[in-house]
Design a protein around this ligand. Structure first.
Ligand SMILES: CC(C)(COP(=O)(O)OP(=O)(O)OC[C@H]1O[C@@H](n2cnc3c(N)ncnc32)[C@H](O)[C@@H]1OP(=O)(O)O)[C@@H](O)C(=O)NCCC(=O)NCCS
Length: 142
């Protein structure tokens, strides 16, 4: 079955949230409504969103934030577990890199996916810093 890629922010955000839960990036089921609202807003406010479909079924997505001059960051790259290791994650990242070919790309990644990103030319950078704010929504990256 060919996988279809679409550049769109008009996703089924209930399904998006299901996929977040499926890889344990979200934990608390009772916070689902808050998560959904925050995730949809984050996706809609991103400059670039690509999603992958098997027929009509949403199976993976990624989004990019960028200043469109120097830097771009990749966020929320997730492939539904049943569809992993089939080249879909790589295609999604490739789409992002091709969309902004002149920009420097960054991402936050758990150690378990370093190899995945290294295969795409990313290098580990040790100088990143991060300030956690008191938001109600926290996505799990480990
Ligand atoms: C990480 C993730 C996006 C990779 O997507 P994917 O579609 O499974 O990966 P691909 O099939 O495109 O993999 C491309 C290559 O990376 C390798 N790879 C994929 N995931 C890997 C991992 N976790 N560790 C090491 N190598 C990995 C594949 O074996 C493949 O190698 P090959 O080209 O030599 O065959 C996916 O596993 C996922 O959604 N994981 C859970 C969420 C997550 O951790 N997202 C990353 C945000 S930090």
């Amino acid at each position: 079955m060919p996988i279809i890629y679409k550049e769109t922010k008009d996703l089924d955000y209930e399904r998006v949230v299901d996929i977040f839960y499926s890889v344990k990036f979200l934990k608390h089921p009772h916070k689902r409504k808050i998560y959904k609202r925050a995730i949809e807003k984050a996706f809609r406010n991103s400059q670039y969103v690509v999603a992958a479909y098997d027929n009509d079924k949403l199976i993976a997505f990624v989004r990019v934030l960028t200043d469109k001059s120097l830097f771009a960051t990749i966020w929320n790259l997730i492939v539904s577990p049943d569809y992993q290791i089939k080249g879909i994650g790589q295609t999604l990242v490739r789409r992002c890199l091709d969309k902004y070919p002149k920009l420097h790309f960054f991402t936050i990644a758990d150690k378990s996916v370093y190899k995945f990103y290294e295969k795409m030319g990313f290098k580990i950078h040790s100088h990143g810093m991060y300030l956690e704010k008191g938001r109600k929504v926290c996505l799990i990256y480990n």
